[in-house]
Design a protein around this ligand. Structure first.
Ligand code: NDP
Ligand code: GDR
Length: 343
């Protein structure tokens, strides 16, 4: 039986990866941050099957301890300050966690068990300002946020430790992936949550920033499988994981409303653009400048050919199914909330 250590286990990807590894018979260890109120986040439903270790990516002593306690054969480094917008508000914390934190965990591995395999959660945000479309493993990087810059450090230090110390260390350059467990500050979940609230009469309108921005959206469940595959290969390497499809935020909005029987019609342009319900004429979507970023990544579109060819990875969940699952989940959560309010 193998031991796996997951940093960021309470997040979206950590929870799906923990489920996958438990199914495969791994002993799963997960890093927990100390909080004033204990919160297992997205792994609350499987918390009894996980061995939790209190640690923090900014504290190498706690990471060395985590390596000793877990005796990990595989480490999945998913912990991060992962919200791009926050990285302008907390650039140093983002760098400490997302950049220096990667060196901390690599050093912990090197000092305790250099034969342990390592996965680094790299990101399509490293491509940033468009250099080529679609983006693949050889596309030049040009990050556009403190988050992207910090992640690029994490990416290169992983490659450097592979080349310097012969560690089995790989980076997955994952494009946006969402799910029913996505944090509500990210645009997809913000939309599906608002669609459910508007449909149930708990909210009037959804306010968004840049609706022209294009993203390559997949489902987290498919993407964590790719993480596992990367650690099962003969040689460590870096892979792009994406769907090879891209859509605007506006298209995501239309698809999500369509799932609850509301068709959106667009009027106006730029800051004055609004989305109206075709039937009632009510304004359901507005633009709010507060949600724009100091610098934007206009378009992400990934080519996952290398992962498909070399590892046999294939995405299972289509864009339409992704939106459907997220909307259905939020519709039932909001329905439960209404029942609780009326009790
Ligand atoms: P989430 O934001 O859902 O989860 C982040 C996790 O990191 C949480 O468990 C959080 O713990 C933990 N964490 C944050 N700071 C620290 C710290 N200082 N020490 C220890 N743990 C910490 O992210 P996702 O699951 O969406 O993403 C997983 C990883 O993949 C991240 O590194 C992200 O940057 C990267 N990524 C994500 C993509 C996506 O589209 N989802 C695409 C490409 C890369 P807590 O619960 O205590 O806050
Ligand atoms: P992203 O995800 O920045 O791509 O990072 P996010 O969902 O936050 O933004 C996607 C795009 O939507 C635009 N947008 C808005 N975004 C948010 N959050 N809220 C809004 O109201 C809004 N309106 C428009 C954004 O400007 C952006 O263009 C995610 C994270 O998971 C990262 O950790 C990961 O590395 C990348 O995906 C790949």
């Amino acid at each position: 039986m193998k031991n796996a250590l997951i940093t960021g286990i309470t997040g979206q990807d950590g929870s799906y990866l923990a489920e996958l590894l438990l199914e495969k018979g791994y002993n799963v260890y997960g890093l927990m941050r100390r909080k004033s109120v204990v919160d297992y986040g997205n792994v609350d439903h499987i918390k009894d099957k996980i061995h939790f270790i209190y640690a923090d990516m900014t504290d190498i002593v706690s990471l060395i301890n985590a390596m000793k306690v877990s005796q990990a054969d595989e480490v999945y480094n998913l912990a991060a300050q992962s919200f791009v917008a926050t990285s302008w508000e907390q650039p140093l914390a983002t760098a400490e966690i997302d950049a220096v934190g990667v060196t901390n965990i690599l050093e912990a591995i090197r000092l305790t068990n250099p034969s342990c395999r390592f996965y680094q959660a790299s990101t399509s945000e490293m491509f940033g300002l468009v250099q080529a479309i679609p983006q693949c493993e050889t596309t030049p990087f040009y990050p556009r946020s403190p988050y992207g810059v910090a992640k690029l450090y994490g990416h290169w230090i992983t490659k450097n430790y592979r080349e310097s110390y012969n560690l089995y260390a790989c980076s997955g350059i994952l494009f946006n992936h969402e799910s029913e467990r996505r944090g509500k500050e990210f645009v997809t979940r913000k939309i599906t949550d608002a669609v459910a609230r508007i449909k149930h009469g708990l909210q009037d309108c959804l306010e968004l920033g840049n609706m022209d921005s294009k993203r390559d959206w997949g489902h987290s469940k498919d993407y964590v499988y790719a993480m596992w595959l990367m650690l099962q290969q003969e040689q460590a390497d870096d892979y792009v994981i994406a769907t090879n499809e891209t859509r605007t935020v506006r298209e995501f909005v239309e698809t999500a409303f369509h799932k609850v029987g509301i068709e959106i019609e667009w009027f106006g342009q730029g800051m004055d653009e609004v989305g109206k319900d075709k039937k009632s004429g009510n304004i359901l979507v507005k633009v709010n400048k507060d949600f724009f970023r100091p610098a934007e990544v206009d378009i992400l579109l990934g080519n996952p050919q290398k992962a498909e060819k070399e590892m046999g990875w294939e995405r299972q969940i289509s864009f339409d199914e992704l939106v459907e699952r997220m909307v259905e989940n939020d519709m039932s959560l909001v329905a439960k909330e209404i029942v609780a309010i009326n009790l």
